[in-house]
Design a protein around this ligand. Structure first.
Ligand SMILES: Nc1ncnc2c1ncn2[C@@H]1O[C@H](COP(=O)(O)OP(=O)(O)OP(=O)(O)O)[C@@H](O)[C@H]1O
Ligand SMILES: [Mg+2]
Length: 240
């Protein structure tokens, strides 16, 4: 079963910027894949197409269903997207309301919602934050809360845009462990190549909206000339 199948996927922003150009990819159910590339290469744009926030040209199928207007409710249920900027994700007066928003929409009852919110906040290390307002949290805390909003829905495909950005080492470690033990399909973007080595078997390297490499994480992250040609560096653990 393919979790993602993109054929000739192209996306142009309204101002004419081409962010993705003829992307061809297949991601199998249960795979953990990192999308890497320099700033502005199209990583975030790609993830937003997965749950229908944006609609590209070409074909995109999620678990065999085309991403289109007709299927959008089903797609949003199947794909949870952690936005790069947590402020795009958090909009309620309290963290409890933000994290319960997804399960509430999925039709769970009150007791189940409480349980899901508690589990999601525990997973990211934010227990006790239920009554806090996202407006009064640090960036790292907001990032963790935005991850919790997605975990609470337990989607089949989890798309995480820079999940460890701005996190302290303990919270980064917690997110790494969560990704490692989660059985669902996970596609993440990151500039944290050492985190990717610990979590993803496969890497898709984007540059200027095109896939320039698609291989095992180990192969790509040891290829110094490929990384440098794409404004990236060897992960710390491979540097001598
Ligand atoms: N709202 C927008 N309108 C016009 N162009 C945009 C918009 N958002 C992004 N872009 C452009 O689309 C391209 C891809 O951007 P995207 O945010 O997907 O890159 P990215 O790989 O996620 O970068 P980063 O590593 O900085 O997060 C860039 O050239 C960017 O300038
Ligand atoms: Mg981005």
């Amino acid at each position: 079963m393919l979790a993602v199948r993109a054929q000739n996927l192209t996306y142009q922003y309204p101002d004419g910027t081409t962010a993705l150009n003829g992307v061809q990819l297949e991601i199998r159910e249960g795979e953990k894949v990192a999308v890497i590339g320099p700033n502005g290469s199209g990583k975030s744009t790609l993830l937003t197409l997965f749950n229908g926030v944006r609609k590209g040209e070409g074909t995109l199928q999620i678990f065999g269903h085309k991403v289109n207007k007709k299927n959008i409710r089903m797609i949003k249920k199947m794909v949870g997207l952690v936005f790069q900027n947590p402020d795009d994700q958090l909009f309620c007066p309290t963290i409890f309301e933000d994290v319960s928003f997804g399960p509430l929409n999925l039709g769970f009852d009150e007791a189940e919602i409480r349980e899901k919110v508690k589990a999601a906040l525990d997973d990211v290390g934010l227990n006790g934050y239920e009554t806090r307002s996202s407006f009064h949290l640090s960036f790292g805390e907001r990032k963790l809360a935005s991850i919790a909003t997605v975990l609470a829905m337990d989607p089949d495909l989890i798309a995480m845009d820079e999940p460890t950005s701005n996190l302290d080492l303990a919270h980064r470690r917690r997110i790494i462990q969560w990704i490692q033990q989660n059985p669902n399909t996970i596609v993440l973007t990151s500039h944290d190549l050492d985190m990717i080595l610990e979590t993803c078997q496969r890497i898709i390297l984007l540059n200027r909206g095109r896939i320039v490499a698609d291989d095992t994480a180990d192969t790509i992250l040891r290829d110094q000339s490929l990384l440098e040609a794409n404004d990236l560096e060897l992960p710390v653990r491979f540097q001598i």
